[in-house]
Structures are given as structure tokens and as C-alpha cells.
Design a protein around this ligand. Structure first.
Ligand code: HEM
Length: 218
């Protein structure tokens, strides 16, 4: 535990915690996006995918606890870094350190982070907590939520997610030392391609259900 507190106390340690937790959350998102893409094959495919996941027994709550812990660590560390940076900017030793310059993604990180947090809370209330039954499977909940005005909130949340992970992925590469002024631009493009892929799947699912609810009919 002592090593963890030491890591948390140093700025570089916090950057590593952000990189590792961000990587794990990105991994979850990629798997979630691939799982959600089963919507493209209709309601039955989507329900059988969700059923398959839930049939993994005690692995499911174990995974959920780990995901929650990683998520909390990411947010708490981000909060510490935010206030530390703000305090440093107020001091006479302030330096503007952002390799590769400030972008929309980097400038808005705390705000897109808050939007994503609110989005996830809404998302869990929508899909995770309600009880699913044979008569009312998960696809019915998805139609109820996304085939209506809430789809707009989802699109706002997903736009924030796209911006957040595009910078997050680039920043992760920086922390791991994978950076060189010559390759800044291609690395940024790579970050956008990865973020774009995940964002595109989630946004397409939302638009598909918004405009064509019969797609998920079973
Ligand atoms: C169109 C977009 C999305 C759809 C249709 C969707 C669908 C779902 C569904 C149906 C569940 C519940 C699974 C179940 O309990 O049976 C779920 C859980 C979850 N989703 Fe999403 N999701 C979307 C986007 C996202 C995004 C962008 C994030 C994160 C930023 C996210 C994070 C989560 C989390 C954390 C859970 C709970 C996981 C668990 O309990 O194991 N989802 N999603």
C-alpha cells in the first residue's frame, strides 16, 4: 500500500495512474462498443449477447467491482491533478506544459470528464439497474430510451466521450514516452481514428434506434 501512496504523491506517479486506468477504461469501451454492435444484427442478436454476458455468473459482479474501482481511481486522480495544476498556474513558477500544444481535446478534458460522469449515471439508471425479464428483455429498454428525446442526451455524452478519449489516448502515449515532435501529428491522427471508431459505433447504434425502432423488434 505504501508504494501506492508514494506513487500517488508524485505528479509523474499520478500521470501513470491516469494512463493505466485510462487504458483499462478504454479497453472496456472497445469491448462494450463491439458488444453493442450486435444491435446491427437485430433485437434477438442483441438480447442473446446480453444473455450470454449475464450467464458468466460470479465473474460479472467481480468485473463490475473492478471496473468501478478503476473508474473511481481515474476520477479521483484527475481531480487531484486538476487542482494541483491550477495551484501551479497561480504560482510564479507556472509553466505551460503540454507537449504538442493545447488542443480542443486537452483544454476541455475536465469538462468532458464531468459530462461523461453524468452520462454514465444516466446510462446505469437506464440499463443497468432495471430488472430485465423474458417478457421485457434489454432490447426493449434500449428502444424506450434511445427512441425518444433522451437520445439527444446520449449524443451529447457521446460527443464528449469522443473528444475526451481522443486526447486521453494521445496523452497516454506521451506518458509512456511514445512521443517525438516529428510523430506528434501522426500520433494525434491515430488517437482520433481509435476514438472515432468507438464513438462511431455508439453514435450509429443511437441513431439507428432513434430513427428505426423496428430494427430492435423481436
Ligand atoms: C449507444 C450507446 C450505448 C448503448 C446502447 C449501451 C448499452 C448498454 C447496456 C444495454 C448495458 C446494460 C447491460 C446489462 O446490464 O445487461 C450497458 C451497461 C453499461 N454501459 Fe453502456 N451502452 C452505450 C454506451 C456506453 C458508453 C459510451 C459508456 C461509457 C462511457 C457505457 C458504459 C456502460 C457501463 C459502465 C455499463 C455497466 C457495465 C456493467 O454493469 O457490467 N456505455 N450499456
Amino acid at each position: 500500500m505504501c508504494w501506492f501512496i508514494q506513487t500517488f504523491k508524485s505528479s509523474l506517479g499520478k500521470k501513470y495512474i491516469m494512463a493505466i486506468t485510462g487504458f483499462l477504461l478504454g479497453g472496456f469501451l472497445l469491448v462494450h462498443a463491439l458488444g453493442n454492435s450486435s444491435v446491427f444484427w437485430g433485437g434477438e442478436a442483441f438480447n442473446s449477447y446480453a444473455h450470454h454476458l449475464h450467464s458468466m455468473g460470479p465473474l460479472v459482479p467481480l468485473f463490475e467491482i473492478c471496473l468501478l474501482a478503476v473508474f473511481c481511481l481515474h476520477i479521483i486522480t484527475a481531480g487531484y491533478l486538476f487542482f494541483e495544476n491550477r495551484a501551479a498556474r497561480g504560482s510564479q513558477y507556472a509553466v505551460q506544459t503540454s507537449a504538442g500544444g493545447r488542443t480542443w481535446g486537452s483544454k476541455t478534458m475536465p469538462y468532458t470528464g464531468i459530462i461523461i460522469l453524468l452520462f454514465i449515471l444516466l446510462h446505469l439508471v437506464n440499463f443497468h439497474f432495471p430488472e430485465k425479464t423474458v417478457e421485457k428483455p434489454i432490447s426493449v429498454f434500449v428502444v424506450e430510451v434511445l427512441h425518444g428525446p433522451q437520445a439527444l442526451l446520449y449524443l451529447i455524452g457521446l460527443a464528449a466521450l469522443l473528444l475526451h478519449i481522443s486526447h486521453g489516448f494521445w496523452s497516454l502515449l506521451q506518458t509512456l514516452g511514445i512521443s517525438h515532435p516529428k510523430y506528434d501529428q501522426p500520433l494525434r491522427v491515430l488517437a482520433w481514428i481509435l476514438a472515432g471508431f468507438m464513438g462511431a459505433v455508439f453514435i450509429l447504434v443511437t441513431l439507428l434506434v432513434l430513427f428505426c425502432k423496428s430494427y430492435l423488434a423481436i
